[in-house]
Design a protein around this ligand. Structure first.
Ligand code: GLU
Length: 608
């Protein structure tokens, strides 16, 4: 760890032994977590780096890398620790997308949850035929999709793992048994949470007898999770998706007292991760050519980020100077107008590619340079007379008229992002989720004598609740058996177009706002020459094709007023991104990995 631009101290590093075929995990000194906005210094390393949303998770990845593990090995160790210490965001009960670079090829591994075979498009319609209220749908078994994260990681490990599978579970098993200190973020989220206590297993694990959450620093043990992790270490994803753990998952979903779901043993045992072609797009910034690669459908992430960047590239945005280190009102106007156009297309066209045909036969029609140039013409750009379009309509990529109805914007929360580069030229960007904070609020416990367990996702609420519009036209992202819900997750790898060298790995949680958080960070690094930490620190801004959202208390009143004068309906709101990024840099002729972690959450970067 070389804190080049600050003397910020991270957790003591207790490296494991460097045996080639394994590694010995040592429990690090456990830092108190931060909450709210905590300044972070940015990090720089020379050989490898790992960035994750919790110091214990980052440390597990660090120890694996230090012992000669690959980026994939580190990602598995990080994910398992996150399942324990950041249970609200991701874990065994959820889904994930992983982008992998091996020095030559980029691959996209899809571990997204699937709808049960018995589900149909009426899953989220109430008795009156109307879409259910969001949390009526979320809490219980109804919203639970087949978890995909573990089997996807197993697939990636078979291809890119170096250390034995079983050893990668040691950090999470040790911490689950010995206990970890409840972080400030976990404690405060438990305090705000209203549904989790309704699940008796979760209530007994997360809360004291008086119903208040465990205090910050309380040592929380999860022996039930350790038990499941041990089985997975020995027998792989079958130990989760078949046998007694699978039965416990199905019982939890199907026997929910008020809101049961349809997930079955066959759904679990039959889950298949998918390897997909990544979406890669040329991008020119600061007179340099890059290639931005992201996750294809079922995520809308790469296409929406690519549309925003591509449409902005057809405006005067790049020539507009920043004002006091912040984007100007004119720049924010152009950015949010480009976003409106991108989100209109997202609502119209995006869904699981195994069920939904891309416009004009290819998803790349949505990123076609001619199409993006046409879309950019819809933005009012005259200096001194810019006005917002307020609501954009979807376009006709490839000249196509779609028969799908647009999907209304729905709530999304939760999630975690991991970025890793190893010493051998491999890199990973992985975004992982159980959807809402604490998912469906259903905690699976296989051994009633042991406390704890793991939480199940509510990913199915990423489908459109309404299957069709008022005219009966179907929504692309409606529920269908075996289908993957549309995502916004945008794990991204950026390359130098000429050399093919990796420039950046990054991504964020934040529901649909993931797209904006990620686009902001890419733009800040590539166009404004920022260090990753600086780009992550920039205030957040967005439009989901409605109001213009600005991170509250971060923009001057003059900017807000100037946007209002341009016809924007401005909403100043909390925008809790959880960005993590690693970027190639140079200092004194030495190649460095510069890392950044979001000051709005607890993440850190570690490396050597
Ligand atoms: N479930 C969301 C998605 O896949 C992510 C939720 C979040 O980040 O809060 O897009």
């Amino acid at each position: 760890m070389k804190p080049l631009f600050s003397t910020f101290a991270v957790a003591a590093l207790l490296a494991g032994c460097a045996a080639p075929a394994s590694f010995n995990y040592s429990v690090p000194a456990q830092p108190e977590g931060s909450s709210g906005y905590a300044e972070k210094p940015g990090w720089a390393t020379t050989r490898f780096a790992v960035a994750a949303a919790n110091p214990l998770a980052t440390d597990a990845g660090y120890q694996v890398l230090k012992a000669g593990g690959s980026a994939t090995d580190a990602a598995i160790a990080v994910q398992m620790v996150l399942a324990l210490v950041e249970p609200q965001s991701s874990g065994l009960g959820g889904g994930a997308f992983l982008m992998h670079f091996n020095g030559n090829d980029v691959e996209a591994f899809d571990g997204r949850e699937t709808a049960p075979a018995a589900a149909d498009e009426k899953l989220f319609l109430g008795a009156d035929g109307k879409p259910m209220a969001f949390y009526d749908a979320v809490v219980g078994g109804r919203s639970v999709g087949t978890p995909g994260t573990l089997r996807m990681l197993e697939m990636v490990h078979k291809q890119h793992g170096k250390l034995p599978w079983a050893t990668l579970f040691a950090p999470a098993i040790t911490l689950a048994e010995n206990g970890f200190k409840v972080s400030a973020r976990l404690s405060s989220l438990l305090l705000m949470e209203t549904h989790l206590k309704k699940d008796p297993i979760a209530a007994a694990y997360f809360y004291k007898a008086d119903g208040t959450p465990h205090d910050v620093g309380f040592v929380l043990r999860n022996p039930a999770l350790a038990d499941v992790l041990r089985k997975i270490a020995a027998n792989g994803s079958k130990a989760l998706l078949e046998g007694d753990v699978a039965q416990a998952i199905v019982d939890k979903v199907q026997k929910h007292p008020t809101n049961p779901g349809k997930l079955s043993l066959t759904d679990l045992s039959g889950y298949q991760p998918q390897k997909r072609a990544p979406i890669c797009q040329d991008y020119r910034a600061s007179a340099h050519d890059f290639r931005v690669c992201g996750f294809p459908p079922p995520s809308s992430g790469a296409i929406a980020v690519g549309q925003i960047l591509g449409i902005l590239g057809n405006t005067s945005a790049a020539s507009l100077p920043m004002e006091n280190g912040l984007p100007s009102a004119d720049w924010l106007h152009l950015y949010t107008e480009a976003s409106r156009l991108a989100f209109a297309d997202r609502a119209q066209f995006l869904g699981d590619p195994d069920f939904v045909k891309p416009p004009a036969g290819t998803w790349m029609s949505l990123l076609d340079p001619t199409y993006l140039a046409e879309r950019a013409k819809l933005i009012s750009q005259t200096p001194g007379a810019m006005m917002s379009m307020k609501i954009a309509k979807p376009g006709t990529p490839g000249g196509l008229k779609t028969s799908y109805a647009p999907m209304p914007e729905q709530e999304e929360y939760g999630t975690s992002h991991i970025s890793i580069v190893d010493g051998k030229g491999n890199a990973i960007a992985m975004t992982t989720t159980i959807e809402d904070g604490f998912g469906s609020r259903q905690m699976v416990n296989v051994k009633p004598g042991l406390s704890g367990g793991f939480l199940l996702n509510n990913e199915l609420t990423d489908f459109s609740f309404a299957p069709a519009d008022a005219t009966g036209a179907p929504v692309a992202n409606r529920v269908q058996p075996g289908k993957r819900p549309r995502s916004s997750m945008a794990p991204t790898l950026v390359f130098d177009k000429a050399t093919g060298a990796l420039v950046m790995s990054g991504g964020s949680p934040g529901g649909a706002l993931i797209i904006h958080y990620t686009a902001k960070t890419i733009y800040g690094i590539l166009n404004w020459g920022m260090l990753p930490q600086q780009a992550i620190n920039l205030p957040n801004f967005a439009s989901l094709n409605g109001p213009t959202m600005l991170e509250e208390k971060r923009f001057p009143a003059t900017t807000v007023d100037a946007l209002k004068a341009r016809g924007h309906e401005v909403r100043e709101v909390t925008m809790t991104s959880g960005l993590q990024a690693i970027v190639r840099g140079q200092a004194h002729g030495m190649q460095l990995w510069m890392g950044g972690a979001d000051p709005r959450r607890e993440g850190i970067v570690m490396g050597d």
